[in-house]
Design a binder for this molecule. Sequence first.
Ligand code: NMX
Ligand code: MLT
Length: 435
Amino acid sequence: QSTLKDRLAELIPAEIEHVKQIRAQHGKKSFGPVLVDQLYGGMRGLPALIWDGSVLDAEEGIRFRGKSIPECQELLPKAPGGSEPLPEGLFWLLVTGEIPTQEQVTGLSRDWAARAAIPEFVEEILDRCPPTLHPMSQFSLAVTALNHDSAFAKAYQDGISKKDYWGPTFEDAMDLIAKLPNIAGRIYRNVFGDGKLPAIDLHKDYSHNLATLFGFGENEAFVELLRLYITIHSDHEGGNVSAHTGKLVGSALSDPFLAFGASLNGLAGPLHGLANQEVLVWLRKMQEKIGENASDVAVKEYVWSTLKGGQVVPGYGHAVLRKTDPRYVAQREFALKHLPHDPLFRLVGQVYNIVPNILLEAGKAKNPWPNVDAHSGVLLTHYGLTQMQFYTVLFGVSRAFGVAAQLIWDRALGAPLERPKSYSSAAIEKIFRDH
Ligand code: NMX
Ligand code: MLT
């Protein structure tokens, strides 16, 4: 059975030829006009990036290497007795486009567990952070500091040839993913517990170890939730803020730790990954204001008051999606199976029946339907992970999978420095003055 690195080494030469052929055949073809509105409008819909791990369809949602979430749930290897996909398998799929065997997935679990230790100075950085520093800022600090031992940065200093970039990038990508549980676990225990961490078990899978570090390793349903959670949050094509930032920073040949540290800073924004925290804050405020088991009328009034206050309803809307996010659906199905009577889950269901109609009536949001963040916090809360300021860290652990996979391919395919053209408003007026 080949390892992931062996398999990549086999795939890379053919993919280099494949890309050459695409560029020879289609390289000079236009992808359609660019509207001035797109320059001012956050580049919505502008085709600008290559991203192989996943593609997002506005109606259908995400497909990882062509596979929908239900297909991944069916096809990817599971833990013994489990029914959710192991994120190890999803990473193999993102990197190679192939479904791995159980043995290959176990190999990745072992490899990541063996690489999981973080340097002592990174532990000290985290231990010195005030508990009032947001967990995402701590996370980004620690990931950036891992650059100290980057194989890519060292190889570059030693004069590595361009054609060999992918090897040390692969090693850094694997180290990055492997070390995130110890970083996330340490932040969680420092901020919300007594700072003491159990050791990684070299024979357990990634999600089991992550759950153990948080103190929930004995709860098999929670471990299953983490497997699903990491899988569905891993990748959402290339244009979202965290993925695009990682690719952009990586294009300067900053190593994967620097690149993904930058991704995390983008994920920490409330319109992106922080929305999972914001949803819980918003639901709790709603409960304080109108009580638990509130009527539909009271919930409607609360939603309108949010909009009238000039705020967004967190967890709703999307820059690309125009239907309910299949990641929301996957989490809803998990909840229906494992926690159908949870009161907060019932509130999320009530909100789902109410918010889209209000957003439609308000008439601004292009997509009134829920996104992934509308559901994730409720599931974590159910199992006792109630500290909402921590939720985006879990999104960050997951997003490393997608960004790392693309960074490996970018270096393998010799992706150039990203440097699009910008214009001033004065320049745009000048260009179109005579038209
Ligand atoms: N609540 C209230 N207003 C909204 C919402 C919402 N959930 N979604 C969009 N709008 C508004 C938006 O603020 C904008 O208003 P204005 O014209 O005054 O600037 C208008 O509707 C048009 O926005 P869209 O073109 O529909 O959305 P856009 O592509 O600009 O932004 C989001 C997408 C996701 C940033 C936006 O829908 C939003 O702010 N949602 C709430 C925050 C959220 O859930 N973010 C998480 C996204 C998923 N993730 O994990 O990253
Ligand atoms: C994501 O998972 O990155 C979010 O849904 C945001 C996006 O795709 O733009």
